[in-house]
Ligand binder design. Structure first.
Ligand code: ZN
Ligand code: ZN
Length: 279
């Protein structure tokens, strides 16, 4: 394995790219329109809710349900449009996180503080962990699929194509909101799962790590904030387990299942796992 706990160095290209997107997103204050705002929210839902949450996370990483190949690929394309890397590197990184949660080899170890878990780990990305060889160790199943490799190599090109489309459809307002503002909102929402949901909130179960159920993160991440539930039952397609733990992605998944677009939803693991935290 090519895991490494060596002191990482600043990844300049990653850092400059993320800072630049934030800088351009500031232009959102000067280009606001309700149409552009709703467009950005819609693209966030499709890329973050369907793409990252259902596609990259619950389907590709944890196989908590199965889907026809074209549906899996469509979700993977949506996830790639969230610009959090392609499916192979995303899945490999997340599986590393589950394998080493809150310990030295966790890519976003919350023990190193909020900002490290939130964004610092991306600025100081360990090149060995992000390498193709390491991906092969953690995401063999995806490396074997040329379509997923294609998305890893070309997700930026897909984003540029989407940007041009938005520019043609609605001018600068659509471009700034549909790409830059939406990326900043989407990135920080996802990153809050790594930071806030490993620090703030309650633990229903003894997951042997710092994962927490954090209601406000769950609200802005389509259900991913029920993170203590998720770390305890990583293969459960349903993350909100109590009746009031709203998990909108699971609602979408049930709808997909009703139309035959998803099947084999794994949701009962928690019934066999009574090790709760004492009140
Ligand atoms: Zn976690
Ligand atoms: Zn997970």
């Amino acid at each position: 394995m090519l895991e490494s706990a060596a002191r990482p160095r600043l990844d300049w290209s990653n850092t400059l790219w993320i800072v630049a997107v934030h800088a351009v997103a500031v232009l959102g204050f000067f280009t606001f329109s309700w149409g552009a705002f709703l467009l950005a929210m819609g693209i966030w839902w499709v890329t973050g809710g369907w793409g990252i949450t259902l596609g990259f996370h619950r389907l590709l990483t944890h196989q908590s349900f199965s889907a026809p190949r074209w549906v899996a690929r469509a979700l993977a394309v949506c996830g790639s449009l969230a610009v959090q890397g392609g499916p192979v590197i995303w899945v490999a990184t997340h599986r590393m996180h589950h394998a080493h949660s809150d310990r030295e080899l966790d890519p976003h170890d919350s023990g190193k503080g909020f900002w490290w878990a939130h964004i610092g780990w991306i600025f100081y990305r360990d090149q060995k962990r992000a390498s193709f060889d390491n991906c092969k160790n953690y995401a063999k199943d995806l490396v074997a699929d040329p379509f997923m490799i294609f998305l890893d190599r070309h997700y930026i090109h897909l984003q540029i194509a989407l940007g041009l489309l938005l520019l043609l459809a609605g001018g600068w307002s659509f471009l700034i909101w549909g790409i830059f503002v939406r990326l900043v909102v989407g990135w920080h929402s996802t990153w809050l799962v790594n930071s806030a949901s490993h620090m703030y909130g309650y633990q229903t179960y003894d997951s042997r790590d710092e994962s927490r159920n954090c209601w406000w993160v769950a609200l802005i991440t389509f259900g991913e904030g029920w993170h203590n539930n998720h770390h305890t039952f990583p293969r459960s397609a349903r993350h909100g387990l109590r009746w009031w733990e709203l998990d909108t992605s699971y609602v979408v998944l049930r709808a997909l299942a009703a139309f035959g677009l998803a099947r084999d939803l794994r949701v009962t693991e928690h019934l066999r796992h009574p090790r709760k935290i004492a009140a």
